[in-house]
Each structure stands twice: as structure tokens, then as C-alpha cells.
Ligand binder design. Sequence first.
Ligand SMILES: NC(=O)C1=CN([C@@H]2O[C@H](COP(=O)(O)OP(=O)(O)OC[C@H]3O[C@@H](n4cnc5c(N)ncnc54)[C@H](O)[C@@H]3O)[C@@H](O)[C@H]2O)C=CC1
Ligand code: BAL
Length: 499
Amino acid sequence: MTDLLTTEEYKAIAAGLNLPTQAFIDGSFRPAKSGRTFDTLNPATGEVLAKVAACGAEDVDYAVLKARDAFEDGRWSRLQPRERKEVLIRLAKLIKRNTRELAVMESLDSGKTIYDCETVDVPETIHCLTWHAELTDKIYDQVSPASDNHIAMIVREPVGVVGLVLPWNFPLLMLAWKIGPALASGCSIIVKPAEETSLTALRVAELAMEAGVPSGVFNVLPGSGPDVGEPLGRHMDVDMISFTGSTETGRRFLRYASDSNLKEVTLEMGGKNPAIVLDDADNVDRVAAHIVNGAFWNMGENCSASSRLIVQKGIKDALLKRILAHAREWPVGDPLDPANRVGPLVSKTHFDKVSSYLGKGPKVLLGGKADAGFVEPTILDISDRDAPQVREEIFGPVLSVLTVDNFDEAIALANDTQYGLAASIFTSNAKRAIRGARAIRAGTVTVNSFGEGDISTPFGGFKASGFGGRDNGVQAHDQYTQIKTIWVDLSDDADEAVA
Ligand SMILES: NC(=O)C1=CN([C@@H]2O[C@H](COP(=O)(O)OP(=O)(O)OC[C@H]3O[C@@H](n4cnc5c(N)ncnc54)[C@H](O)[C@@H]3O)[C@@H](O)[C@H]2O)C=CC1
Ligand code: BAL
């Protein structure tokens, strides 16, 4: 980890940034064909950071054409895996060399704290790209035991032209989660960043060219969901979409695919993630620190945020006391001040949505205030299990506390949601921990901790949280490859037939 700078030093870097604002297609920056732009704002100040190209269907068509050309002529898709690996490792190194610039750009554009950008987002982006690069030449094809008279090879081939549709909560890291395995697999990509946060994806595309990714392989189209996401989702020459965002928009991508060419679709969507704390949990202070981190990290703008604390009544008072103490240690304020852990929410629209859940109904144990884009870490004690704060994904720093009598009730409540992305369970009883982890219907369950795992472990959801594949892990490469079976007849008859 690099040493953090002072706020003044970060502001000086911010003032000197050269922000990328145009679309990146076929190896160069260019304006939208319509000439239109949109304002991207700094959520901490509300000021316009830059005017970014507002792409549309004609830009999508052009980028798909270029990505298809690149894919078919093999300039990337048919390189030796070892060669792709070397280029991607160079890209990871270039990102590392530009850590400070990317961290500040990310913080300005999204409101994420510079502390998180420098210590998590940029380093994890580098780690993710390096990991997938290293995997490129270590994945083997298979030979089936089907028949002595044949060789039946099961080979992986890149899917083709893929659209990567990104959210705004981890702009760089979600970019890395998708471009890492997509590029390693040999696909050509069209990235559609969230309109709130286009800048770092554009800068990474430029760095990818510098690293040696050939033109046409890595394209970035900033613009709105309806203007860019929908034409990409409906395009007849896009082979696959990998999406992260809301469940509502995820459903749309399934419709786009079924209305067009039945492209493959993988969806990583929302969550209403439970953290269960049983009476026998060890080290209440440590549990409290995990709960607070799970709920408030990244302003709660996290699909796997622990947004429902399900606590057994015997431990509730002691736990809440420690949770309140930890939560008070999360300073809110200027995201370029490295002491702050909570910055502004990403946009006015999102701030209004999160604010609408505060102050109505449930008992407020902490926080509850929202002002000028910033929302205080808020803890609500709730008895109504159908309250919107219990049912809906708030995607802000709001923790809902629900009290239960026993283990079975806790598991039932944990599963009483349309979502199934992540969960945690805190207990000193190993059998209950495993039984609970198996019983919770979620893609990732952490025991006695909060976390999303590691780049080596697959990430995705059950139920309305996920569809069609996993990010991360070796399994991420499954998304971006097709399996083909090739039969070779070895029998003498076959030779005679050929002769
Ligand atoms: N699972 C996750 O990581 C995320 C979940 N969310 C949830 O979604 C809620 C709404 O946030 P949004 O930014 O509106 O999410 P969203 O799902 O609408 O946006 C995600 C991406 O989809 C694109 N998109 C939006 N509408 C589209 C359309 N009609 N066709 C094609 N593409 C489209 C957006 O431009 C963006 O790139 C949040 O409050 C949160 O609850 C939001 C972002 C990430
Ligand atoms: N937490 C990483 C995935 C997401 O929030 O979308």
C-alpha cells in the first residue's frame, strides 16, 4: 500500500488531472457521433467535473463493427494465451504506476473516499487483472473418455464480442472483474460504464492501448442506459452481456436478449444481505466491528452490504452497544480527506432515494440525518418485518436491526427476501455455523466475518441477485468462453473413407 497524502496534496492532484471525456472506439478517443455530451458531477460539491460524450445507438453500431473485425481477424482472440497474459500484466503495471491519478479520479467522480480508492479499489483492480492474466495460459482443454475409436476434445473458445455493463459503486473494480476474464479469454469488449462514473474506465482503455491491447478490442461507450445499454443489449452482433446493477435493469437485459439474438446474459444484481449474530458469538467487539464494516463500508453502496442485522435477543444489548461505539468512529465528510470513511452518495437521485428511508417508522438508534449529498451512518431498530427498510435494497449507510429468539427463526428470516447474494453468520458453535451457512440461500456466506471473499473465489447470487454465471475465480472464465466438442475418428475405416 502506498502512503496516503494530505487533503491538500490530493486536491493539487485533482486540479492537475487531465480527464478523459470522449468515447474510446477502435483504439482512439472520439466524440459521440451526435456530438452530444452530458455533465458528470462531483458528488461531494455538486460541481460539473467534465462534459462526457453522450453515445447512442450509432456509436454502439460502430463500436460493435470494430470489435467484431478485431475478433474475427484474431489480432487478440487468436494470440497465444501467453502473449495475452504479457499484455494484461503490462496493463496491471501501468495501472499501478498511475495509482494516484486513478484513485483521485475515482474519488472525484463517484464520491468514494480517497482512503478506499487508494487502499482497496486501485490495489484490488491491479490484483484482479494480474490474477486473470496469470490464469490465461494455465487453463487446459479436456479429452473425453467417450470412445477408443475417437478423440473427443472439449475445447474452450472465446464467446466473441461482449458488452460489459457496469454500475457506479465500484467503477474501477467492477471494470476489472469483467475485463480481466473477458480479455484473458480472448473476447473483444464494449464497456458501458454507469453514466455517473465514466472517467476511470476511459482512462483504463487508454492504458490498455499503451500496454498493447490491439485497437478494436477494448472499447468504452459512455452514455445513459436507454441510449447505450439498451442498443448494446438488443444488438444482433453482440454475443454476450455481462451486467452488474439493479435487479430491475437486469431483467431488461434478459428481455433484450430474448427479443434479439438470444445472446448469453450474466447478471450480478442487488442484495438485502443478512448478518446473523447468535447468542453464543465470541468476542462481541470484533463481531460489532465486522457488522459496522459490512453495513457502512463504501457508504453502504455495495451489493453485498450487510443491511439486515438479525440478532438473537440474549446478545442484542451488548452487541448494539459495541456497534454504536464502532459506528461513531466512521467520520463523514470530504472524500479527499484521507481521515474520512464515509463520503457523499453518488448522485442527487440516489441521495433522495436513500433519504426517503430515514425518519419514517423505525426507532433510530444512530444517525438518521441526510444533508447536501451526505447520509450519516444510520441504525434502525425494526419490529415490522415487512417495513420497506427490511424488504428493499436501500444501497446506503442504513442498517436495519431485527431481533429473533433462536437459530431457526434467524435462518428463516435471513431467507425471507427475494435476494440471495451474500450473508454472514456469527457463532462459536461450529455445527450451527456450517448448518446455517448451508441453509442460507446466498452465493457467498461468511462465518464470523464480513467479506466478499477473494479474487480466487466466485462471486454472484441466488434468486433475484444473480443469473447465469459468476464473477471472480476460475469460474469467471466460464462466462466468456463457449465449450466446443471436436470429434476425430481414429478408426481404419475413417482413413479408407478419406483416401
Ligand atoms: N448490484 C449492484 O452492484 C448495484 C445495484 N444497484 C441498485 O440499483 C439501484 C438503482 O441504481 P441504478 O444506477 O439506477 O442501477 P441500474 O441497474 O439502472 O444501472 C446499472 C447499469 O445499467 C445501465 N442501465 C440503466 N438502465 C438501463 C436500461 N434501460 N437498459 C440498459 N442499461 C441500462 C446503467 O446505465 C448502468 O450502466 C440502486 O439504488 C441499487 O439499489 C445499483 C448499482 C449497482
Ligand atoms: N461489491 C462488489 C459488487 C457490487 O457491489 O456490485
